[in-house]
Design a protein around this ligand. Sequence first.
Ligand SMILES: Cc1cc2nc3c(=O)[nH]c(=O)nc-3n(C[C@H](O)[C@H](O)[C@H](O)COP(=O)(O)OP(=O)(O)OC[C@H]3O[C@@H](n4cnc5c(N)ncnc54)[C@H](O)[C@@H]3O)c2cc1C
Length: 392
Amino acid sequence: MRYVIVGGGVAGTTAAEALRKRDAKSEITLVSEEHHPLYSRVLLPHYLKGKVPRERVFLKKEAWYGQQQIEWLTGIACEHLDPRNQFVGLTDGRELPYDRLLVATGGEVRTVDADLRGVSYLRTLDDADHLAQILCEQPADARAVIFGGGFIACEYLNLFSHFRLPTTLFHRGAHFWTRSLGEEAGALIAKHLTERGVELHTRTQFVNLLGESELTGVVTSQGEHAAHLLGVGIGTSPDFSWLKAAGVDVGAGVRTNAFLETNIPHVYAAGDIAEFFDEIVGRHIQAGNWMNAMSQGRAAAHIMSGEREPFHLVSSYATNALGLEIIFVGDTLKDAADEVRVLGSVHALGVTQIFVRQGRVVGGVLIGRNQDRAAITKAIQEQKTASEFEIC
Ligand SMILES: Cc1cc2nc3c(=O)[nH]c(=O)nc-3n(C[C@H](O)[C@H](O)[C@H](O)COP(=O)(O)OP(=O)(O)OC[C@H]3O[C@@H](n4cnc5c(N)ncnc54)[C@H](O)[C@@H]3O)c2cc1C
């Protein structure tokens, strides 16, 4: 059997590892656009704050791939899929035949157009190395700006606070995570951040950057703001073109059934890229978190090698914004819920939202209310009805 895995992040690498554990003989090729062996994106902020040395960010050594007899192609992307003849085309011109193909290509950051010194992103180790450099170069009176109102914006807030940089944050929505949070939860985050000195501008559009070769400021729909350092955290948008051209069904991600199978025979998807049918919550969702990516990588390996079990996991993403704990569990899209119950308040310094669809608990967002996590996760897992589920 020839397995080709596209994407050397945690989903792809875990799949390769799990395949090799199950099968000593099959050919496994891992195509990785990045040059580094597997590293933890979760640890990148810790590396930037100097809490984790750079070498500890790596989860695999270069030698590991050879030891596992995994052909590891680095600095090469997959750009073509021929599903009829079952091969993929690579950017170096090679064509790789496959019996089973796993797409584990994650997300690609959305960028702002101008390329000025001082503009940063935070997805890859190369991004982090670049950011580490520009953080060192900042003058004593440096000002930082963040675009975005999601997880990466939180990482930037914590990072810039660590370096004591006065920070202004702009985002398009009325509050953080507008697709998931209601007003009370949004207000709690805003209050927490502004009380800690963040200048927060909501409902603001990015217009332009200022500066010749170095960033001096940003222009938004509210006017000009001085800035030496910009953190861009406006989401990801994967490049689906080569998959679409081959007839793979894509929505916000690569669509799969509960077995991580796409509409094309022998082509599977796992990790951030997969918009999989989640049998627990009863609809297609895309879960952008580490535990989901790792578990799907392992599950895809099992399914591709013949153990066809549906993928089941209630995954979560926990972060914090300047000390305020924020946790997303399960399906947290407001528009897909019939009802969103709100517990707590800004006044009580904690808000939990419970997402209910067809009478069942399908998701939760907890802001400053960590204590609700186990109960909500269990309710989703056990497909409890909202009336069976009580937390105070
Ligand atoms: C700074 C940061 C902090 C985070 N913190 C947390 C956290 O605290 N908790 C949590 O749960 N999650 C966290 N996450 C999210 C988590 O890291 C991701 O959900 C996870 O890494 C997704 O893994 P993946 O393998 O699906 O995709 P990725 O890690 O994105 O890997 C995909 C790989 O595929 C490569 N690729 C793309 N296209 C091609 C192609 N055509 N050909 C070949 N290769 C290709 C990409 O270059 C990339 O290397 C964080 C993410 C970041 C960036």
